[in-house]
Design a protein around this ligand. Structure first.
Ligand code: CAA
Length: 311
């Protein structure tokens, strides 16, 4: 799958991508917008209502403030750099404002129909030679590209949460993606300061293919009485050096999101390891989506001291 992209090619790509459009200003969209602006790109973020832009930009301000507190030699930024990054970011509720973007990265709700509707509604607006990218973690990129009239310019760019900190981007090739589009997206990910990996459009790509069965197995182990939520988390953190135990990570990713991903993955592979354990379904039915809803496997009434549930 490896392709060669020499200096000339990199220069051409650099020239081609200057303005970035981001669709959606939620957790992932705002993070993607932030890293693009931090890398020097002008960014326009589209949302359906101003209140979602306000919420997303408040998150960006919070994250930039954390970077500004850190010494520059440890990856921090100066107050002047923070202001410059902020000045490169613009929010809009009008699709027309994306017309001059060179790449448009979609990070709206993880729902096939909503995503296809969004792409179809901007296809005639976005300039011809722009790249369409989706941040989907589980939906087939090939299915999404059917919504536009230029499937060869469509690609998956899968970022990880929290986007400003996680170094990885999965660059997802479909059978329709043009090689030069793939190379441009790969180089773009590098320009963002990320480490891109090459993968193809198989559900879950690399990370979720391996991560999701692990997370679901942690829930099954708990259901079978192998250990408590806290003990399983501590075991994986301290025994394997993972930054978060599986239940903390599940709450962090969102139980609704994970539950949705299990459906798409189970539907593709029909293997038990991708099927949702009953407890995950119950928590989602109860509206306990994890950290964002204040309760999941842990109770976040005191966010500094989450309390593990007993189910
Ligand atoms: N922006 C800027 N800085 C941030 C930040 C943010 N959003 N969040 C945390 N930080 C900073 C903190 O201020 C802190 O800075 P200092 O060291 O200067 O004090 C530093 O980052 C470390 O943060 P914490 O001390 O709060 O916590 P930590 O050491 O545990 O690191 C973490 C946080 C990077 C998130 C780490 O816990 C981690 O890597 N967790 C795993 C995350 C993961 O696996 N993500 C992938 C999820 S799967 C996915 O996204 C894909 C999918 O499709 C579902």
């Amino acid at each position: 799958m490896a392709r060669i992209c020499g200096k000339d090619c990199e220069a051409r790509i650099e020239m081609n991508i200057k303005k970035v459009g981001v669709l959606g200003c939620g957790l992932m969209g705002s993070g993607i917008a932030q890293v693009c602006a931090s890398a020097g790109f002008d960014v326009t973020v589209l949302e359906v209502e101003q209140k979602y832009l306000d919420k997303g930009f408040a998150g960006i301000d919070k994250s930039l403030a954390k970077f500004a507190e850190r010494p520059v030699e440890k990856g921090g930024i100066t107050p002047q750099q923070r202001d410059e990054i902020r000045s490169r970011l613009r929010g809009t509720t009008k699709r027309e404002d994306l017309a001059d973007c060179d790449i448009v990265i979609e990070a709206i709700i993880e729902n096939v129909e909503e995503k296809k509707k969004m792409y179809a509604s901007i296809d005639a607006i976005i300039k011809k030679d722009a790249i369409f990218a989706s941040n989907t973690s589980s939906i087939s990129v090939t299915e999404l590209l059917t919504a536009v009239k230029r499937p060869e310019r469509f690609i998956g760019l899968h970022f990880f949460n929290p986007v400003p900190l996680m170094k990885l981007v999965e660059v997802v090739k479909t059978i329709a993606t043009a090689p030069e589009v793939y190379d441009a997206a790969y180089e773009f990910a590098k320009k963002l300061g990320k480490v891109p990996v090459r993968t193809s459009d198989k559900t879950g790509f690399i990370v979720n293919r391996l991560l999701v069965p692990y997370l679901l197995d942690a829930i099954r182990a708990y259901e079978e009485g192998v250990g408590s939520i806290e003990d399983i988390d501590n075991a994986m953190k301290l025994g394997c050096g993972y930054p978060m135990g599986p239940f903390t990570l599940l709450d962090f990713v969102g139980l609704d999101t994970t539950y949705y991903i299990t459906h798409v993955m189970y539907d593709e592979f029909k293997e038990r390891r991708f099927a949702s354990p009953p407890l995950l379904k119950r928590l989602v039915m109860a509206g306990w989506y994890g950290k964002k809803s204040g309760r999941g496997f842990y109770d976040y009434a005191n966010p500094e001291k989450p309390v593990a549930g007993k189910f």
